[in-house]
Structure formats: structure tokens, C-alpha cells
Design a protein around this ligand. Sequence first.
Ligand SMILES: *Cc1c(COP(=O)(O)O)cnc(C)c1O
Length: 427
Amino acid sequence: MDTTRSQELFDRARELIPGGVNSPARAWTSVGGTPLFFNRAEGSRIWDEDGNELIDYVCSWGPMILGHAHPAVLKAVQAAAINGTSFGAPTAAEVRMAELVVSAVPSIEMVRFVSSGTEATMSALRLARAYTGRNKIMKFIGGYHGHDDALLVSAGSAAAGHGIPDSAGVHPDYARDTLVAPYNDLAAVEKLFADNPGQIAGLIVEPVAGNMGVVPPVEGFLEGLRTITEKDGALLLFDEVISGFRVSLGGAQSILGVTPDITCLGKIVGGGLPVGAYGASAEIMKTVAPLGPMYQAGTLSGNPVAMAAGIAMLEELAKPGVYEELDRKGAALAKGLSEAFAEAEVPAVVNRVGSLLTVFFTGDPVIDMDSASATDRDLFGKFFHAIVEEGVYPPPSQFEAWFVSLAHTDQDIADTVAAAKRALAQI
Ligand SMILES: *Cc1c(COP(=O)(O)O)cnc(C)c1O
């Protein structure tokens, strides 16, 4: 595969932009090599600057659930842009978009739109603090909620407890007030609540973890979190930036039957444009300015072009059969890949929820960050490069999800499985 042009661009980019990228996961740091620079995508396909065509399973890290350049979304974006790209004043599109979100997501009666998932989680934490009058928050090890200071916190040496900054520049006080526990470990959560009674404003969790690779919640985990938070008077925050509109129209909460207090949305909600959102009951949302004392704002929030894309996206997703089709395609890909690994006698597990999946090279179940980290990541890197050569673009990191879209055809999936088999034969 000729990647001359990507290599030239990467050299120039690295002179101008830190690491050559505007978001670190794009730099292929964990798999090595030169990231591909893309210039066009349509349906399930993406083309790099050298003209190589790949079947895309990154799908912009989730938003492109309809496939790239979907006609309904493009039409809505073009129609909106012609009327002006930003007013900084209320629009009918925001009202329509809010109606769609409120009717889809069980826990949301009122919603505020922002411009990214990070902004959504950051604002949602502020809301939890403002509403409860408490300061501490809790998150899970390996849970990613964007780059808000309070959430860039990891475990340090203890398995659970007060966190340590996960990034230079995070004030240690933030980390001190962020408690961390292993995912799927209710006992650890119970202990932290017992040690910090009445002090935790909110517990934030990806109801289907997507940023340690895909890790589903074990039976009873989310129900347990609901019970523990309710008993303590803390709020339960679902970060559905990946799972929202992905595992079902109403997100993980509507299929798993656990209702959080606050929900964070991003990725799909903007139809490929920059949108995030946080929502809750009207009672909680009345804390947000200008109704209440919690300030949060955004010059480009609810931007008319982004709202148009989001509306078109959600209207497509509300059509009958969409999630059955996504689930069927996700299942077919997971099954095909599992068979390819078994045939090649490579120990691997494929974790899947609907159209989200991750391949881990291990013989053991992956249920949390510890077990995800214990997998063979060198082998993942080799598999990644080999399958890219075969025309398939999976996420360039072990700890990310493969995203299947409605545009992936049965033939694409069969081709992907065949490419995996050829890749495995080479490594
Ligand atoms: C991507 C992601 C975020 C951050 O969203 P950005 O739009 O990148 O700021 C937050 N939470 C989860 C679960 C995510 O996957």
C-alpha cells in the first residue's frame, strides 16, 4: 500500500501541530507507524490521500452510524448553511432537536446543547455539584469522559480510592476530589460511598464501557449503582456519549432499564458536526442558568448547521428496524472475526454490544481495565497494520471500539472477515 502522501503530510503536520494531530488517538501512538490522512468518505468506505480505499470501522469514533456522507444529513446541512451558519440566538431547529432528544432518552425531560462530549460531561458534573451542594465525584478506572480536569484522573497504585491526575497540568485538588473504582466492581463502589458518606455529588459511568475497548456491564452492576447512589443522595450520571443513539435510540438506559439522574450525549447526536448535550429531569435542569444558579454557556451552542445535521440523523435513526439491522451486522462481524481467530488458533475474545465491538487478544474474559490491559497489545498492533494493508480500517488502539454502521453491507462484513484471515496468516 502506497502511503507516500500521508507520510509527507504527517511530516509537515508534526512541525505545526503537536504530534501532527488535533486529538491524540489519531496519531497511531499505540500501534506505531504513520497515520493515514483521509480526504473523502462515503457509506462504509474511506479514502486516504494516496487514493487507498478502506472499509472504515472507526466511523469518526462513532458519529457516522448511518455511514459517511449520508444524503439526508448532507441535504439538511446544505439547506441550513445557505441560511447562515450561526446567529447566537434561539432557533426553531434547537426546539425540534430538543423534542427529538427528550422523546428518545428516558431520563431526559430538559436538555442543554453544547459543542462536544467533553463540554457535556464537564457541565453535567458542575450540575451534579450545584444540585447536591456536594463536591466529590466518582468515576471508574478506564472510563473516559473527555478531557475535563476532574475526569482526567486514574487510580494510582491503589485499586480504588482517591485518584491521581492522569495528565500533566491537572490540579491535584481536582484529583483529590475524584474517587475511582474498578468497572463492574460494586463492592469497591459501596466501600467508597461508605468512606465518604453524604459527600459525593455524582457517580459518572459509561453504562456500556467503550473506552477500555467495549466492556459490557455485568448483570446487576448498573442496578447496584442506582441503588447505592439513591441511598446516599448522590446523582447517577450516565455518560452515553458513545452508547447514546448507538445501542438503541434511547441509549443504554432504555435497553438496560436503569434510569440515571443526568445523561451526557455527544458523537452521534451531532450527525458528524460538533454537538454534545446533557439532560435530566426538569427539576434538576432548573439549576442551569438562566433558570438557576449554575452557569454554563456557549457562543456556538445549538448552532443551526449542527442542529440540522443532528435532526436529520435522529430522524433517520427513528425509522423502524434500524437497531435490529445494526445488531444483526454487529453480530455477523463479531461471529466472523471470532471464527477467523479460532481458525488461526489465536486466542481472542470479541466483546460486543449491538454495533459496538472490540477484539482483545486474550483467552480470558475482559470485564474491566485490568483485564483489558492484560491482553496481547503487541499482537493487536501487528493485526492492525496487517488488516489495514488488506483494506480494512479498525480503530488504531486496543482500547477503542469498532463501530459498525448501517452502510456496512453484508458483503463488507464478509470482506472484512476474509481480510482478517489474510492478516492473521501474515502475523
Ligand atoms: C468521546 C467521548 C467523550 C468526549 O467527547 P468529545 O466530543 O471527544 O469531547 C466523553 N465520553 C465518552 C464516553 C466518549 O466516548
